[in-house]
Design a protein around this ligand. Sequence first.
Ligand SMILES: [Fe+2]
Length: 312
Amino acid sequence: MTPRYLTGFRDEHRALWGKHPVRIQHGLAETGLFTDEALARLIQDYPRQNYDLLYMAKQGTGNLASWREGDLGKVKGDVALAAIQAGRMWLNLRRVHEASAPHARLLEGIFGELAALVPGQRTYKHNLGILISSPGAQVYYHSDLPGQSLWHLRGNKRVYVYPNVAPFLPEDQIEKIVLNLTEAEIDYQPWFDEHARVYDLQPGEMLHWPLNAPHRVENGDMVNVSVTTEHWTHEIRNAYAVRYANGLMRHQLGLKPPPPRLRGPSFWARAAVAAGVKRSGLMNRHKAPKRIEWELAPGAPGQLREVEPWVL
Ligand SMILES: [Fe+2]
């Protein structure tokens, strides 16, 4: 088959997929879904619960906890794009496939193609997001729970991908993310960089990395547009369940859990505990509410103005 989206996919990528970071040429720009006009249309009236607008510190400073949440306000889509161009912020449109039918078809197309290119991988709960970020913006060191790919479309950015094991990904910290005790942040040390794979990502290149591999991103000197796709598999769900149960043991009961094994009786016992507690909603009280502190103000310093904080 000739891939339409993963245009640069070669046999070696099949062997590497999910096990090592891979960089592959893609053809998402050809869909026409990511031009300025298309993005401006999408941003306008985007459902409030499905986007994050964040202001962050200069590269080399700050951490995930210092991200400040904002609101697009009543600004038109094209004006919002111009403000992102002039500011230092990061707009994350989540669940775009629910807001736009063409993006839903694209998401389906991508995973249909992947199913053919990487046989034996059954994925579900697919998700498509669009990231639009300012020149010089950064995304701090963090780890995501689902399987992830980053499809770069515009600008350039440096992506650091770290090994998905301790000390880069300590078990107690990924458990906290699974339990919603923290957003996605993992403790970072500058010396980790020596052990990272570093990609200067160009438009038309996508990256896929092993599950939960911590990563961070530094934009170049121009606006960046990328797509993220997420997926789950049985293996990903099982890893999640074990960490959920281990996290309860460690953070709620003060016990030291065994390593996260994905088979055998101890796995099934832990998976059952995780499912029971999750169903009970017991841990939901830990979910931190989103506090919106500013809104877009094109032309103002930093392109934003402070507002009376409100909770989303
Ligand atoms: Fe991420």
